[in-house]
Design a protein. Structure first.
Length: 102
């Protein structure tokens, strides 16, 4: 489910079992990231699916990429795999105004 930057950030703060999932490439992550995230590159195809399958489906996932397109695909895939709570960051990291780590 797509969420605006503000909605995503507020929900993230209010969710006890939140996991931040960055689906960008390692090179993109080197340019900065949201603190506390785990990185699983969606472009790795089957490896991406294998890594996602290992995650706890009972948690709430806050997913982002650079612009919001790949993370939208990731949320759709995760929902097909049985994840009930996935939130896509509209506009992605390039529009993120929250805390950033490098």
């Amino acid at each position: 489910m797509d969420k605006s930057q503000e909605e995503w950030s507020t929900l993230l703060q209010d969710t006890d079992n939140a996991v931040i999932l960055d689906v960008r490439t390692e090179e993109e992550v080197e340019d900065g990231y949201i603190p506390g995230m785990i990185n699983i590159d969606i472009r790795k195809g089957q490896d991406f699916l294998d890594e996602i399958e290992k995650l706890d489906k009972s948690k709430t996932y806050f997913v982002y990429c650079r612009s919001g397109a790949r993370s939208g695909q990731a949320c759709a895939l995760m929902q097909q795999m049985g994840f009930d709570q996935t939130y896509n960051l509209e506009g992605g990291f390039m529009n993120w105004e929250g805390e950033v780590a490098e």
